[in-house]
Design a protein around this ligand. Structure first.
Ligand code: GLV
Ligand code: MN
Ligand code: MN
Length: 399
């Protein structure tokens, strides 16, 4: 299996890779993402799977009758964060295809259809809302709001999808499709070091922390860096800088996570006080009440600082995801003899969990690093992940 994994992994590894950073630039519906999607379609057709794309941009490949109901779905995503690692997303897709190979060698046909899904825009790196494809499918995201989203170049979802040859007519909640799913299992690289510390190649996710993304607009008065007296300034960069520190402090005090990893400055000139600083806060906590109180505290401190700086600040929630418990976790952990672990990362499985019995498998990542080029999993551990996924799919699809 290790050799098979290596071969399939290599066939995807060069697409969208940035040689300078060693990371991946696979923004949804970009040329690199479309090449990944084409790769997937070819691999699926090689396995005699029936391929379709839904109006939410998600790709599906079916072994067995998709209309039959009680289908067992596996898969993940192929889009990446800017300069992301190779494994976050693609590992779940590659593992799904290899598990299908194993099962096709063992069985003529599945008792219940097995589907491999590639969800669109899981990272939210192009349009801002993570798990966009699965949120649309489950009705958690409104098509009108989706069509109003713009990427960094001002391109909307409709044009991006149309340009990719995907018809967005019928975008949105798809209860008929959801109703045909009996279970969803997503395999994913671990985004921490828990499995390395436990000396286990594969683990089972128990829960995902609630998390949210907020956009701050800090507004001020653009002016000359050399002639504007310090006392006369309305500098939104100061309010922004204070807010970054406040978010870090509030998260530490609450045992939560807060990150401001994206910022845009206008006009972005060395010798001008900015007119506008836009920045994004990603916040996560074990409890929803903690997440809410951290967000409220950061907002309050940003507003207080804005009053001192003579600037303006608004904070809007771009996405919010409730806590998730995976109902199949205990059963799978027993089945595989694998440890259970919670995670702070978001996943399409988390979105689906409110609608269908869902589980996640994690594959050990010895670096513990994710959303960066150092993300890694050994071929042997990935092969072990494929073995575990095969066992789970076989149990679920033939019972
Ligand atoms: C997705 O990977 C997220 O947790 O942001
Ligand atoms: Mn990710
Ligand atoms: Mn992912």
């Amino acid at each position: 299996m290790e050799a098979k994994f290596q071969a399939l992994w290599r066939s995807l590894a060069t697409i969208g890779r940035d040689d300078r950073s060693g990371g991946y630039l696979r923004y949804t519906y970009s040329a690199a993402d479309l090449a990944c999607r084409e790769w997937f379609v070819e691999e699926a057709l090689d396995r005699d799977l029936e391929v379709e794309v839904d109006p939410n941009g998600n790709l599906w490949a079916w072994w067995g009758d998709p209309q039959g109901g009680n289908a067992v779905i596996t898969g993940s995503h192929l889009d990446s964060v800017p300069h992301g690692g190779a494994y976050d997303g693609p590992l779940g897709v590659v593992a799904a295809l290899l598990a299908i190979d194993e099962l096709q060698a063992r069985h003529e046909a599945p008792a219940n259809a097995i589907g491999v899904v590639v969800f669109a825009e899981e990272e939210g790196s192009r349009f801002g809302v993570p798990c966009l494809g699965s949120r649309l499918l489950t009705g958690a995201m409104d098509p009108a709001r989706t069509l109003a989203l713009r990427d960094r170049d001002g391109i909307g979802v409709f044009d991006a999808m149309s340009g990719a040859g995907i018809d967005p007519a019928g975008m949105g909640h798809d209860p008929a499709r959801l109703g045909r799913i009996g279970a969803f299992v997503e395999l994913h690289v671990e985004q921490g070091r828990a499995l390395a510390d436990l000396h286990a190649p594969v683990g089972v996710a128990t829960a995902i922390w609630p998390h949210a993304r907020y956009r701050f607009d800090f507004t001020g008065q653009a002016n000359h860096a050399g002639t504007t007296r310090m006392a006369d300034r309305h500098d939104p960069m100061l309010t922004y800088a204070y807010t970054v520190l406040a978010a870090n402090k509030e998260a530490r005090l609450a045992g939560a996570h807060a990150t401001m990893g994206r910022v845009q400055v206008h006009p972005n000139a060395t010798n001008a006080i900015p007119a506008l600083v836009q920045a994004w806060l990603d916040a996560r906590a074990a409890e929803e009440s903690t997440l809410e109180s951290v967000a409220a505290a950061v907002r309050k401190r940003a507003e207080e600082r804005a009053a001192r700086d003579g600037t303006g600040v608004t904070m809007v929630t771009e996405s919010a995801t409730a806590a998730v418990e995976f109902p199949l976790a205990a059963e799978l952990a027993t089945m595989l003899g694998a440890p259970l672990l919670p995670t702070g990362a978001g996943h399409d499985a988390g979105v689906l969990a409110a609608h269908v019995p869902t589980a996640m498998l994690f594959v050990r990542n010895p670096t513990g690093i994710s959303h960066a080029p150092e993300e890694h999993a050994s071929d042997a551990d990935c092969a072990a992940g494929v073995g575990a996924l095969t066992t789970v799919l076989e149990t679920l699809a033939w019972r």
